[in-house]
Design a protein around this ligand. Sequence first.
Ligand code: B3K
Ligand code: ZN
Length: 880
Amino acid sequence: MRTNQPQTIYLSEYRVPAYLVDTVDLRFELFEDGTRVHSTLAVRRNPESDAGAAPLELDGDSLVLESVALDGKALSEGEYEDRGDKLIVESVPEQFELSVVTWIEPQNNTRLEGLYKSSGMFCTQCEAEGFRCITFFPDRPDVMSRFRTRVEADKSAYPVLLSNGNDVERGDLGEGRHFVTWEDPFPKPCYLFALVAGDLVEKRDTFTTCSGRDIDLRMYVEPRNAEKCDHAMDSLKRSMRWDEETYGREYDLEIFMIVAVDDFNMGAMENKGLNIFNSSCVLASQETATDVAFQRIEAIVAHEYFHNWSGNRVTCRDWFQLSLKEGFTVFRDSQFSADVGSPTVKRIEDVNVLRTAQFAEDGGPMAHPVRPASYMEISNFYTLTIYEKGAEVVRMIHTLLGPDMFRKGSDLYFQRHDGQAVTTDDFVRAMEDASGRDLSQFRLWYEQAGTPVLDVSDEFDSGQGIYRLTIRQSIPDTPGQTGKKPQHIPFALGLLGSRGESLPLRLESDSQDAPTERVLELTGETHVFEFHGLNECPVPSLLRQFSAPVRVRYPWTREQMLFLMSHDPDGFNRWDAGQRLAVDVIQSLIGAPKDSSIDARLVAAYRHLISDSSLDQALVANMLQLPSAAYLIELAESADAPAIHEARERVLKHLAIALRDDLVACYRRNLEEGDYAVTPEQIARRSLRNTALAWLLQINDEEGRELAQRQFRNSDNMTDRLGALRALVNSDYEEDRERVLEEFYERFQEDPQVVEQWFSVQAASDRAGQLPQIRALLEHRAFDWKNPNKIRSVVGAFAGQNLAAFHRPDGSGYNFLADQVCRLDDSNPQIAARLVTPLTRWKKFAPAHSELMKSALERIRDKSGLSRDVYEVVHKSLAG
Ligand code: B3K
Ligand code: ZN
């Protein structure tokens, strides 16, 4: 859809649909030069609508209309209007059958919305508004219908024909063609429709549900990927069991299918009974996938599976409610990952993403509430705010209600709304009704954008033994929203005595037995809490487990940070104290003279982490990661990206030099581990030895270089091989860099997922990813402008991770990105709009950079025929 002034859609303008569609009968004739779609809808007036005998309006996009018939009678051209984006039938009875035939060209569909072709197979992506690219339909989630789908295609090219539900009929059609008919008994919105046709191998397994039903589990992949399915299948079975045990949710169809496709705009899609995955988010083997990939796959498989209840059985009324299903489902998948892995590490990973990227979004021009009030292009609202902040909001309800009441609330939600399309408000109401708690102020989390700031101060009254904590809450203005009201914030804390012991948190009203951790509830602008019976001024451990998505400002001293780093019983806060200390040290060096000293206590603290093997190694592996440059930028007022990068590198090198022997010892200690397994213990060992390698290579250590080369050649898994590759690529050993990159490519060139890793290691590296090299990667034979993963692994990694090269003072990085966005805008606007993100943060940077970023944005703005997707992001960024 090209338009100069896209329309804004407002939540306040929501009206129930004028017509409902009870059943949809589809027939797809798949050919090489196009697809004919026959659709028959059983339509009736919505009794809840006051629109009366309004014209019937169906949505469409890029369709060639062949015919329209009403109750079996073909309509002549004057009886309907085809406006391209709408099919309007002026006068219709109260109840009728509408048959529409459209012609589409999946083979030319580069937007990857609706029906398209990917490596020779047909597949679909309908969320949010892709179904309208297949046929004319009321494309909105509150129209729920029962689908019957017949797929017809050439039998030898497309032996596998899939759609939602159960297969009820199949047969031959002559001329080498065949068909399969699928029936989905559950009413669903059209965004959950899916179709796949291809020459795929099938992997089967079964799962017996809690009520004893056997579910047929099937994965469909290209033959070359047949050996990469086990991990996803195991993850699926674990998710199915977990959802029964934790949420009482049983699977409902007889079959559950997963399909892997190479060209996909996002990670995966929860289509009813037929989940479609980006290959990189489902295929894995020890030799080709890293630990990070294994964990991501497990989490995404779980996420899509969990949507069967939180999203499909209970869906969204309109797209403003997107977080209803996404926030809740991300919360569910993170609980799952915490349960099957290390809870502390999972929390650290989640908070890292939230604080680095979601806080940046919340503080930028595209800031929006978890339940937005308006949008131009809904694809732009699949954001960290909807997903990750949305999950934090659900997590806070869990914290406020406690696990038992939360479970009661979710049971009530599913029972009350099964088969319905509802709102975030309905979700909160179920939680209220089940628990008896009043969440009216809490609802502001859905309505107000921006990250709340908590200013915390304290004092100790030694005479009375009272520790007084004052917490003041404020929420910054965001585009279109000012003067915000205080929100309801669960604030978990503990107090530590000077020997590291947990002190009782005794409020005046308490009896003797006070707990050593409390969740305070902040509702007003300012609160003062008094803790009694203390003999000394405690060290506060604030916002344990990151109990709310807020920024805490407290005048920490380095002594306090060091103390918490080694004594806080809350693993998350121990990590957080270490991060804060590192941030403090790095910040003090930004723009400082080259010879200014680095606090020796940081070195001592890291030495302790590296060498004390009695510590939780999974936590240590995370504590050793210095805060990312992106996080440091997020924390800065007016960020000088190159200076931040330099200061961070300086600290890293300083640590590596000081801890050189400890790093070699750490590497050797973590070498042996037995058979490869993706367990928290082994992940920690691999992470520790790869961190040690990376640091050693930062200081051109010859022994480190040898270890890296050996590991690169001999390792039996991708985590280690890629770890060594990355360390060498980011070192000063130029010949090594060239050689290992070449060897790696030689070995894995047939595997797209590995080639994507190979691209991004280079694109994210300030050594291998300067602009001329990036341009060469775009010319590489493995690069493909039609494949979103390749675009992300080169252009996305460059702009998002290679901060030194992207923020070159001459603005060449910004202009390069602008060029790629303009180029992509014509073929895949969704991906183009995503790529703009780093430029949207222009106000965050020091003036010299910010001006250049702004003019790159203006260049994109001035491209003619800009898509609605990019239009919205660019215009809002320039205005905000
Ligand atoms: N629901 C899909 C996302 C669809 C994005 C459409 N632009 C995947 C997920 O969140 O599970
Ligand atoms: Zn989702």
